[in-house]
Design a protein around this ligand. Sequence first.
Ligand SMILES: *Cc1c(COP(=O)(O)O)cnc(C)c1O
Length: 831
Amino acid sequence: MRRQAMSLVTDLIPDGAFHGVASRQSMKESILHHLRYTMVNLPQQATPRDWWLALSLAIRDRITDDMSATQIAHNRDNVRRVYYLSMEYLMGRMLINNAHNIGVYDAAKQAIEELGLDWEQVCDEEMDMGLGNGGLGRLAACFLDSLATLDLPAIGYGIYYEFGLFKQEFLHGRQVEHPDTWIKYGTPWDIIRPEYSQTIQYYGRVETVYDNAGNSRPVWLDTRSVMGVPFDIPVAGYGTKTVNFLRLWSSHSTEDFDLEEFNKGDYVEAVRSKAMGETISKVLYPNDQNANGKELRLVQQYFFVACSLADILRRFEKMNSDWTTLPEKAAIQLNDTHPAIAIVELTRILLDDKHLSWDTTWDIVTRTFAYTNHTLLPEALEKWSVGLFEKVLPRHLQLIYEINHRFMGKVVQHWPGRDDICRALSIIEEGDHKMIRMAHLAVIASHKVNGVAELHSQLLKSELFPYFDQFYPGKFTNKTNGITPRRWLLGCNPGLVQLFEQYGIDRDWPKNLERLRKLESFMDDEAFLDAFMTVKHQNKVHLAKIIKKECGIDVDPFALFDVQIKRLHEYKRQHLTLLNILTLYHRLLNGSDIDMVPRVFIFGAKAAPGYALAKNIIYAINRVANVINNDPRTKGKLKVIFLPNYRVTLASHIIPAADLSEQISTAGKEASGTGNMKLALNGAVTIGTMDGANVEILEEVGPDNIFIFGLNVDQVRALDSQGYHPYQYYQQDEELKGALDWLCSGHFTPNDPHAFDDIRHSLLAGGDPYKVMADYRAYMDCQQQVSDAYQDKTRWARMAVLNTARMGKFSSDRTIQEYADEIWQLPAHPV
Ligand SMILES: *Cc1c(COP(=O)(O)O)cnc(C)c1O
């Protein structure tokens, strides 16, 4: 197995501290060494993939010594750690990020070039590690980078999915999904740790047994078992020796899995059914903002949570013996409710296995956990059917009932006679089909609950959890999301980095993003503004090449690049952009906007495979794009590009080339957004609604440097309560009616004139739940202001620069420092 083979490779490398002395010469030697002894190949016949792997291993060698040193120091000092539990990590590629963080980027690039190779071509060999759906998974990846950079002792836990988020292709404009085989030939970035494998139990039943004294105690028996094997991904901090790691669990059958069949002599059947255990970590569920309630998903959650907790407690027990001190050594952060079963698992272990009292157990649990909420969308709030839960985790169900019973007792004391409040707060949702509300469990068991932007955290208190907020004053807080400047500027925008160098921006800006404020002093320096926009232009030329290669379409890099990249969802309103495109196209054809500012609309988005309307919107954009891009009457003023397979690596090419960033969700629906921050940091100006972190971006850049339009949360609520009639907007706005009718006329799908009936229905008879019709006119007007601003080159350049200069707040270092100070009480521990 290649993965194990590569773990041994470090032993072949001569000792030596590479830090600081990482010259390109030693890098070159190291690459050649790996090429010869690991790839077993020679330069004259090595493939680009051989070179990439040799380079990656050369860089890995320069990380692993510090990784060992970090772990030894953390263990020796018995430090407090944060454990970040997340079902998803959207890491992307690791090579460039690691090279930058350990300070060998230039040496590595020069070494590769001196070997006669093309740097970009070599880097392009790496597959994305796409073990996440979107924002939530990418946030976890940014957080790991910041935790290490801030020297915070931290371990991320998750699942080692064999197949990450599906690969997207378009077939005649429709999304087709293919499995993502990222791990097929192994990755240089993981280290298998069979010695830390865990075996966990699930299914079975609970029996009450009595001891000699007649005391009863529940026993969980007749369980099935499965083994988790950990793979560690090193996470090197930027400009520090701290190297934390991400521990991902791969599921395997235990050897005795089908002992019975084995004993019956059915060897082949026993081995075949062994494969059952391997399915748990097989594939990431591709749903974003949607809970699907499948048994395998529940099993995945419990599998990774039980393995992780066992690992955490094993580490605790090595150095400590008093369970009441667990919260002093371990802070566990739940990234959404996906890992919330950890609450019940810790309760079970302390109560059933360690025989602590209920009160002691519950005190330890509530001092250990904190929970991050990521959404207010009802369809995304996890609920498990009681029946399913009982089948998979019967003992855990009993404990949830016990937790709920005790909690309900306190609610009754607080609000005597208020059955309505009891029902509203209960973990169990009563009804024909009893459900477990995982968010309620997470709120009750956590000492802090946070939202991910100011507005979202406010709505969490006022709309989702008003009674919880009254019951637990001070428990609800805000931690506005952030992004790592290492990946989302240093790594993806070398042209801009070089400009910072030329203009004397303090070189520590990647770990001190506020340093970019100094750019504001060049607002009247025309040469600087020119240089900044020249970098933008070069990035657009680069993206134009990618567009040509991927889509076969020529785009003009002088046109305004209007970018909407994010998961496809009705609440994100890609179909509002589509109505804008149809309107502009119509204006071009009827001659009412002959001086239109040339625009290239660029989309990137995956739809959940089961989300029919989202897939239909992708199809609609692609069909409209096909007609527009082939219509000579547009004179090249309008192009529509939908780049397939949006992922971290594609984002890193699109973002530096964007002029305009579309952040147009219905107010109150986007918890934070982080794509908005990445784009603004790279000098794209935002057009957006008063939603999520857009509100805080407005605060930072000022109203002159952002385009805000549309209904705010209060206006959306008012529309809902007074009765919203999308037909009125349709009837009263000729352009809107024209655009929607045209889309659904069959003009864009002659062979299937009803292809977009569902979109039309959702916007009209279906009640337009996301207020597309209500916001259309304000959006169109605002887009006109964008075009006007873009024609004034100096004005636009200033706006772009000020966006880059004023994004300091949105470094994930700031976010993580707030978590460390206000939730985890976690001091830095430099190595
Ligand atoms: C940042 C990012 C996201 C999140 O984008 P939003 O616009 O905040 O929804 C999703 N996918 C990828 C690949 C990202 O890099």
